[in-house]
Design a protein around this ligand. Sequence first.
Ligand SMILES: Cc1cc2nc3c(=O)[nH]c(=O)nc-3n(C[C@H](O)[C@H](O)[C@H](O)COP(=O)(O)O)c2cc1C
Length: 323
Amino acid sequence: GDLHKSLDAAVAACGAGEPTGPKCWAVVDAAAAPAQALQKVLSAGGQLGVVIVAQSGPVSQMAVLRAMEYSEVYVAAVELGAGANEVLRAAASYAGGPSVVLLAAPAAVRGDAQWTAFTYDPRREDAEGASAFQAHGTEVRKEIQAFLSRESLLTLVAKRSLPADSAEGAGEGDDLTQGLADASKTVTILYTSDTGHAEECAKAVARQCRNGGYATSAVRCGTLDSFDVGALASESLVVFCVATAGKGEFPGNGRGFWEKLNARVGDVSLAGTKYAMFGLGDSHYWGKGTEDSRINFAKPARDLDAVLEQLGGQRLIPTGYGD
Ligand SMILES: Cc1cc2nc3c(=O)[nH]c(=O)nc-3n(C[C@H](O)[C@H](O)[C@H](O)COP(=O)(O)O)c2cc1C
């Protein structure tokens, strides 16, 4: 790909290009606090490549840690010379989304017990079912360890939410019982989102479900409005990621679903449906601590949660919120 003069220039060039084309690269200085700029880049997605160069210690790995939280991104931290070429080649060939490489001068990390050289390549999960994360040494700094244990916790949750009989029956041949069990081993993840955060959450949940043992085709992920309200009762497990727009309103791609669901209250039972709700909002949006904030914080998620409960839906885990 091309090397651009600044991150903004690379974002601009990439935004205009084909999403599948070669990467637009930018090199940024670790001393220039790249975390915030990076956040913008990562939420924009696309075929961006960012190399963060750290010339002096101590080297913060916070930016690359944050980067790993986006599902489709190649992330690495490596010392110049210690296999850096190979890492950069892998970063350049990653077509699933942006690539972020922290490149440290050997002197900057020499003697730094916290420094963790690693690669995080989602292709490992897709192709080999392996962990996307690989540390290159034996020491993994505690922030990264915490990230990894959270990831595996999510995978564990996904595994445990599989219907018990189908999980046990896996690999027992294709008799009718097995077929029926497999048919119930699906999860539907529905989101409503104006600026992409809830969508990002939903996709992360979908990825974790696949890592946790669901077949790829058994994990469906789409907007609330793309989903037929009438089919809700026949779903065994639905995960909702619901953002807030306007003043406590559903985002644009969820309003239709919400209206239709309300029209059916009274003549639909969700007794056979397990669900989990994650609500996104901003408690500062209408003034932290105010009555307006109390009423409107993550209101659509809370409203939908209440209606699902009223219709007999079984809450799988306590409702979570992202403020
Ligand atoms: C125009 C606008 C209005 C918002 N109104 C609210 C609100 O009333 N209550 C709330 O909790 N959050 C509100 N938020 C915050 C969003 O819900 C929050 O930023 C969320 O992460 C956005 O998710 P999305 O990117 O999936 O749309 C608002 C955000 C915007 C941009």
